[in-house]
Design a protein. Structure first.
Length: 482
């Protein structure tokens, strides 16, 4: 930026811009002292009162804090320091993260390791007893049919319950367009294959669930990442720019609760998203697995509720709400149903009959909604406790998300710290976390980690957070030799 061309009437605003650029580029970290009034005035060729006016304006917004006889400092503390906004990348990339993801998977699934690296919200309030009752009821009803192959598109009883579930959200679903899958991951894989070919460009979130990153890589697709706001979901201006610059074939977004940030897209913003995609004739694949795990007063409806046929393919599952081990998900395929069923038949033929039958009974009995209410309350309480623990035990410069739902926190340790090294240090201490680098198709989020509060809260859990907080300084990057 050529600071010598500033217009006099807007000098103090230009000083504000420079400070914000320094923050975005991590030239200033939380708690760092801003350049002195004299130094900044000299650098930008403006007066000292102009710089002081800018710093006072930044203080009013909460970005900086003034300390008597010390100067101005970038705000620290977890309540005001939320994760930074990432930048829209210049071009799409072929994904190459599978090896790193495999290494992380091996680590987080080690025995005798506290699984804070896994996003398994059901563990916070398991419906085991009610689900076992439904399984016994299913076995009595199904008898020998329990051992048969099921229909390719799923058990009729379960599909009827899911149709009723969507009716309660104001969405009428044709049962023929509803396909039961082996978890949401298979549903998303089928959806991508319905609308793309290898080499096509797919827009994904940034940061994005690493399972999506790996899936895009395995399907031979290119990814362009769209930054996500920690509160309201996608930055639509960035998406608009990407759609204008690149021949994007599909968008794959979490329209309800993002993993790992925990942001939630308001319905008004969702409708703007659909309008934008409609203008570019791009299909939306919505990952709605966390939609029922909201912390607000009511559920945000899926984008499918605001779409015309063929604009949206909705994917979801019971893995985050009832039983991850059951591997039962579904997709609303609409006009793509026939094509989706062919992919389903080629991939896995059908979903487990026994598990589908039990879930159908679980939903019909009313236990599903009762369980969801309990699970949401437990997860919200856990979130509050874990955020407090992070504030207590982690260094002040660490930024932490405040999720609107789901079961994970996203921590930015700061540009001077290595999330991959932190992952290794945590494993040695008997705790798994998920390093930030796996949540991007690009070389991003290397100073970030994701930790889960989807476990019963206890003194032991708080102890894990205390241990992790003590490891941060050991994860500081070593200076490169000159």
């Amino acid at each position: 930026m050529d600071h010598s061309t500033f217009k006099p009437d807007y000098l103090y605003q230009q000083v504000i811009t420079v400070v914000k650029e320094m923050v975005e580029q991590e030239l200033l970290l939380p708690g760092d002292k801003l350049p002195s009034l004299r130094a900044m005035a000299s650098r930008l060729r403006v007066s000292i009162p102009t710089v002081q006016q800018a710093y006072q304006q930044l203080e009013m917004t909460g970005l900086v804090v003034a300390r008597e006889k010390s100067g101005y400092f970038l705000q620290s503390g977890h309540d005001t320091a939320t994760p930074r906004r990432s930048k829209l990348p210049a071009k799409p990339v072929m994904v190459n993260k599978q090896q790193l993801i495999e290494q992380v998977y091996e680590g987080i699934h080690l025995p005798d390791v506290a699984p804070l690296g896994l996003a398994n919200p059901v563990a916070a309030a398991s419906p085991q007893q009610a689900l076992a009752k439904s399984m016994r009821q299913a076995m009595r009803q199904a008898q020998e049919r329990m051992l048969d192959y099921g229909a390719i598109d799923g058990l009729t009883m379960l599909k009827a319950q899911i149709v009723q579930y969507y009716l309660a959200l104001g969405l009428t679903v044709n049962s023929d367009d509803l396909i039961i899958t082996n978890g949401a991951q298979e549903a998303i894989a089928i959806a991508l294959q319905c609308v793309t070919q290898p080499g096509d460009i797919v827009a994904i979130e940034s940061p994005c669930y690493f399972g999506i990153v790996e899936l895009v890589e395995n399907l031979g697709l290119k990814a362009i990442e769209i930054p996500v706001c920690p509160d309201d979901g996608l930055w639509l201006d960035d998406l608009s720019a990407a759609l204008s610059r690149h021949p994007i074939k599909a968008c794959l977004f979490s329209t309800s609760i993002n993993n790992p940030l925990g942001s939630q897209m308001p319905e008004s913003r969702m409708q703007q998203l659909l309008k934008l995609l409609r203008a570019h004739d791009v299909v939306l694949i919505e990952d709605d697995v966390y939609g029922d795990l909201y912390f607000g007063e009511q559920r945000i409806r899926p984008a499918q509720c605001f779409a015309t046929p063929g604009e949206v393919l909705t994917c979801s599952s019971f893995s985050k709400t009832v039983a991850p081990g059951y591997r039962v998900g579904w997709m609303l395929a609409g006009p793509y149903s026939a094509r989706a069923k062919r992919f389903k038949r080629a991939l896995s033929c059908s979903a487990p009959m026994m598990n589908q039958w039990a879930l159908a009974d679980f939903m019909a009995s009313g236990e599903f909604q009762r369980h969801l209410r309990q699970l949401r309350k437990r997860l919200y309480d856990n979130k509050q406790k874990m955020r407090l623990a992070v504030q207590k035990y982690f260094p002040e410069h660490v930024r932490v998300s405040d999720p609107k739902g789901g079961c994970v926190l996203w921590l930015d340790l700061g540009g001077a710290y290595d999330g991959g090294l932190f992952f290794q240090l945590a494993l040695r201490a008997g705790i798994s976390v998920a390093p930030g680098a796996i949540f991007s198709a690009y070389e991003r989020y290397r100073s970030c980690v994701r930790i889960s509060y989807g476990l019963p809260w206890s003194a032991e859990m708080e102890g894990y957070v205390r241990t992790l907080g003590a490891l941060v300084q050991q994860a500081k990057k070593q200076p490169q030799p000159q």
